[in-house]
Write a protein that binds this ligand. Structure first.
Ligand code: SF4
Length: 358
C-alpha cells in the first residue's frame, strides 16, 4: 500500500514517483517539504544535554560550524524536497515480550534478516532515484539517497511526508502497517508537492513509556539514547553503566520492547520481501552459542548482517550481562571462563554476572 496523498489535484510527477516506489518494492512513499521542523530545532539542545552519548557522528558540522543534523539547509542547501520511502520488515515470529525463556537471548527484529537492510533498501532507493530523474525530464537534477547514513534522521522526514506519525516511543507508526518499517530517503533538487503529515494517534496511551526497562524516555517523544538498550548493546563501547545492566534483561543486540507493546503493532502484517525473511537461528538465540563464538565464526555468521556493528567483543559482553540477568546457575562455569577473557570488557561484565548469579 502506498500512502495516499490527501491533497487534491496531485501532479503527474508526484503520482509517477509513488507508483514507481510501489514498483520498486516499497510499501509506503510520501513527499516531505524542506522546512525547519520542531524536531530538528530541538536537536542541538538534545545533543548538548548529552543524550547522544558516544555517537560522535551526530556532532558533525558544516563549513560554517553549524550542526548538519539540525537542518537540511545546513547539510544539503540545494535540496528542495524529500521523497521518503518505507518498507515493512515484520515477521510471523512472536514479540520479545512474549518470550518467556530467560536462558535465551534477544536480537532486535530488524536484525534477523538474511541481508543487511541498508543494502536491500538502498538498492531499491537508487532504482527509484534514477526513475525520478528520468520522469522529471529535466537536466542537472541533483539528488542523494540514503538509509541511516544521511544528515537528517529519516523518521523526522517520514513524519512530514505523511508516512506515519512519530509515536511517543519516537518510532514512525503507520495506522495500517504499524512501526516495523525500514525508512529510506531521496533528497532532490526538484520542487515537488509535499504530502500532509499523518495525525498523531497515540492519544492517552503510554504503554511504550511504561514498558521501557531502563527508563530511557525523558518525556513522551523524547529519548535519552544513553539509557536505551539499543544504544547500550550496539553503540556503547567498553563498560556498560552498572545501574543499567539489570534492565537490559536478555537483550544482545538492540531492543524491541517499546514497539512490541504498541497497540498499533498488534495486527502488523508480516513482510514477504525475500531479503527480510528471518534467519531462525537469530530468533531468541541460545546465549551459549554467542558467548562461545570464535572471532572467525562471528565474522562468517554476521558477514551480511547489521549485527556486525555491535562488534565481536560487544556481543560477548552483552551475552555475559544476559547470562547474569537470567537467574540460571547453569551459566556459572561459562561465566567463570569468560571472567578470564583476554578482552578486559568481556571479563569485567562476566565477573558482574557471576556476582549476580552467586
Ligand atoms: Fe504511542 Fe502507545 Fe504506541 Fe507508545 S505504545 S508509540 S504511546 S501508541
Amino acid at each position: 500500500m502506498v500512502n495516499n496523498c490527501t491533497v487534491p489535484a496531485i501532479s503527474q510527477l508526484e503520482e509517477t514517483i509513488k507508483s514507481s516506489a510501489r514498483a520498486a518494492g516499497f510499501d509506503l512513499c510520501g513527499i516531505a517539504p524542506v522546512t525547519r521542523s520542531q524536531e530538528l530545532q530541538y536537536f542541538p539542545e538534545w545533543l548538548a544535554a548529552g543524550y547522544g552519548g558516544e555517537m560522535k557522528y551526530l556532532e558533525s558540522r558544516n563549513d560554517s560550524g553549524e550542526l548538519k543534523r539540525s537542518s537540511l539547509e545546513n547539510a544539503a542547501p540545494w535540496a528542495k524536497s524529500v521523497v521518503v520511502c518505507a518498507i515493512n520488515y515484520n515477521s510471523e515470529y512472536p514479540y520479545s515480550t512474549e518470550s518467556r525463556d530467560k536462558s535465551r537471548g534477544w536480537i532486535s527484529r530488524y536484525a534477523w534478516s538474511k541481508q543487511d537492510y541498508h543494502d536491500a533498501v538502498l538498492v531499491r532507493l537508487r532504482a527509484l532515484e534514477s526513475q525520478i530523474k528520468d520522469a522529471s525530464g529535466k537536466a542537472g537534477i541533483r539528488s542523494w539517497s540514503y538509509v541511516d547514513t544521511g544528515p537528517i534522521v529519516e523518521r523526522v522526514l517520514a513524519k512530514y511526508a505523511g508516512i506515519g506519525w512519530q509515536g511517543k516511543n519516537t518510532c514512525i507508526i503507520n495506522q495500517e502497517t504499524g512501526s516495523w518499517l525500514f525508512l529510506g530517503v531521496i533528497l532532490t533538487s526538484l520542487e515537488l508537492r509535499p504530502d500532509i503529515p499523518a495525525p498523531d494517534r497515540c492519544g492517552s496511551c503510554t504503554r511504550c513509556l511504561d514498558a521501557c526497562p531502563t527508563n530511557a524516555f525523558i518525556a513522551p517523544y523524547k529519548l535519552d539514547a544513553t539509557r536505551c538498550i539499543s544504544y547500550l548493546t550496539i553503540e556503547k563501547r567498553g563498560k556498560i553503566p552498572e545501574e543499567l545492566r539489570e534492565g537490559m534483561g536478555n537483550h544482545l543486540f538492540g531492543c524491541d520492547i517499546c514497539q512490541d507493546v504498541c497497540p498499533w503493532n498488534r495486527e502488523a502484517p508480516a513482510s514477504r520481501v525475500a531479503e527480510f525473511q528471518p534467519r531462525s537461528e537469530l530468533v531468541n538465540p541460545a546465549l551459549e552459542w554467542l558467548a562461545e563464538m570464535s572471532q572467525e565464526e562471528f565474522r562468517a555468521t554476521f558477514k551480511d548482517s547489521p549485527i556486525k556493528r555491535g562488534k565481536y567483543a560487544g556481543l560477548r559482553r552483552n551475552a555475559a550481562v544476559a547470562m547474569g540477568n537470567s537467574g540460571e546457575r547453569k551459566f556459572i562455569p561459562r561465566l567463570e571462563n569468560m571472567s578470564q577473557d583476554e578482552n578486559a570488557g568481556v571479563a569485567e561484565h562476566a565477573r558482574w554476572a557471576l556476582t549476580k548469579l552467586k
